[in-house]
Design a protein around this ligand. Structure first.
Ligand SMILES: NCc1[nH]cc(CCC(=O)O)c1CC(=O)O
Length: 300
């Protein structure tokens, strides 16, 4: 980049700012000559807190305002949680790099001081993906929606409304709240959202971003690409719990997927191994296979 100043667009929650600071630190370390600054803004998803995300109309709720800042050149890059990014990003605002992945698992958090789940209260979570999988893990418990940023949710939990919350380990760990985690769900028990734990750096198509060289993590890029291709192929719409999680084992990419059938609310999980250099293709193939096997299951 020819300019000597980089403005980083960020949501204003503590977690979003911290994540932007991680990218800022990389830039400061690699390019001490660059002046960097974080520009925070409220997104639609941060403003509307009294409805569930699928009711407000899902896609892109946390990115629109950041996109606009990039287009109007009020910012030079945006830092997002990859899992909050729509599967299709505008071609003029490409994803430039993915961070190394933080713990991708979902976890259970209990109210402060509690040592067990109080089954007379509901579990709190905000996505259909988690709700569906929770029904199998805790069949005798009610699941109730909860909104707001991490701090808000934890406050509601500690005030006693919920027996426990299901959250991403990544956000809690980044915020130094790892000590609040009382159970880690394996990725088999609770398949994470596509991109969970990965940060995405987005920029303008025509710009030179050589300052980001060395930031992108190869494994995260491969896994994130496969996961997003899977979800994009199945395009379940904004309230879809369709999820995928990839792992690199040497020269093999292992991709797990969750396929959901809206008509009857049932789902299946499956996995497929393939070539990491063909991550996108693997995502699409797994999506097709799971869709087919669900359809066959229906006719038999
Ligand atoms: N949808 C909210 C959201 N977006 C990103 C994270 C943090 C985890 C990550 O970086 O993937 C969270 C919190 C959560 O799901 O508990």
């Amino acid at each position: 980049m020819t300019k000597n100043k980089i403005i980083i667009g960020s949501r204003e929650s503590a977690l979003a700012v911290l994540q932007s600071e991680m990218v800022k630190s990389f830039l400061n370390k690699e390019h001490p000559e660059l002046h960097t600054e974080i520009l925070t803004m409220k997104t639609t998803g941060d403003k509307i807190l009294d409805r569930t995300l699928d009711k407000i109309g899902g896609k892109g709720l946390f990115v629109k305002e950041l996109d606009l800042a990039l287009i109007e050149k009020r910012s030079d890059i945006s830092v997002h949680s990859l899992k909050d990014m729509p599967m299709e990003v505008p071609s003029e605002l490409p994803l430039l790099a993915f961070s190394k992945r933080e713990d991708p698992r979902d976890v259970l958090v209990l109210p402060k001081g509690a040592d067990h789940l109080d089954k007379s209260k509901p579990l709190g979570c905000s996505s259909l993906r988690r709700t569906l999988q929770l029904k199998e893990l805790y069949p005798d418990m009610e699941v109730k929606s909860i909104r707001g940023n991490l701090q808000t949710r934890l406050r509601k939990l500690d005030e006693g409304e919920y027996a426990g919350l299901i959250l991403a380990a990544a956000g809690l760990k980044r915020l130094g709240l790892e000590n609040r985690i009382s159970r880690y769900f394996t990725v088999e028990e609770m398949l994470p959202a596509a991109g969970q734990g990965i940060l995405a750096v987005q920029g303008r198509a025509e710009e030179d971003y050589s300052c980001l060289e060395g930031y992108c993590d190869r494994e995260a890029w491969i896994c994130g690409t496969a996961e997003r291709a899977y979800v994009k192929y199945l395009d379940g719409g904004c309230s879809s719990p369709v999820a995928a999680y990839g792992e690199l084992h040497g020269d093999t990419l292992l991709l797990r997927g969750l396929y959901y059938r809206e008509e009857d609310g049932t789902y299946i999980k499956g996995q497929l191994e393939g070539d990491p250099l063909r991550a996108e293709e693997l995502g699409i193939t797994l999506a097709k296979r799971l869709k087919e096997s669900m359809e066959k299951g229906e006719s038999s």
